[in-house]
Design a protein around this ligand. Sequence first.
Ligand SMILES: [Ca+2]
Length: 306
Amino acid sequence: MGLQANPEIEFVNEEYEVLQVDKNGNINDRQRHQCQKYIEKLGDGVILEMVLIPPGVFGMGTLGSGEYAEECPYHTVRISSFLMNKFPITQEQWKAVMNWEPPYRCKGPKRPVDRVSWKDAVEFCKRLSKMTGYAYRLPHEAEWEYACRAGTATPFHYGDTLTTDLANYVGEHTYQSEPKGIYRHGSTDAGSFPPNAFGLYDMHGNVWEWCADQWHANYVGAPTDGSVWENGNGTTDRVMRGGSWHEPPGNCRSAIRLKMDENEAEDFFGFRVALTSLDKCQITNQGHLTNVVEKIKSMFANRKSE
Ligand SMILES: [Ca+2]
């Protein structure tokens, strides 16, 4: 089983420029990178772009122990290849999959969904899985950080700091010696800023992103293979990552973690989705799955041609 083993799956190459900045927020490196992506058609011209994340080993969390105790101990994690969507789930994507919409704080078809709870995000994954036949799920926390860092070990995938030309956060605050930027008072269209080396956008800021894992106060006993960390003694607290348009830059770091109850659906909460495999019918807890999937797919195809 492998992500590229299925000959029916077509991957598309995408090339882009990846930027790095120094402590003053000045660009000190530009490189061309490329990724492979799988495009899921959701109907009415709406697509979901799933980027192939290569396998690798990375250092998760933050060195030291004082200021960022939740991000310690720093530990090595091995990640298998998976797919993650290029952008946070947008409002047009949500609409193509769900039969209800949250009362968005920042409305716009290309903007990320907001005011969604962890439970809402899980429901989206279930419906998307039924629609497509692939087992869409929330990213695991370790996968999220690996995907965000994209080979970097700096506080941000852009390097030592952020600027408001690179991400949507409260630019009235600074992280290093960069000049103050702007505060946009709302989310921005997904993909408004440069991507990281893996081809992912909006990892820093814009909306907080739900991960699958239950909340743990630190990384003592955390899995080192990229698997989801549950066994959280029955807590309903989950993990969010990446910060938002309403946070100072320090709260948008690659390592930042936010504890939030799975029922909370606040103004700044969105998510993105992941896939372990493009093998069909991976959805468990469903009997007669193939038939169900094919039936839903044909219903969906009919709906599109109406
Ligand atoms: Ca984000």
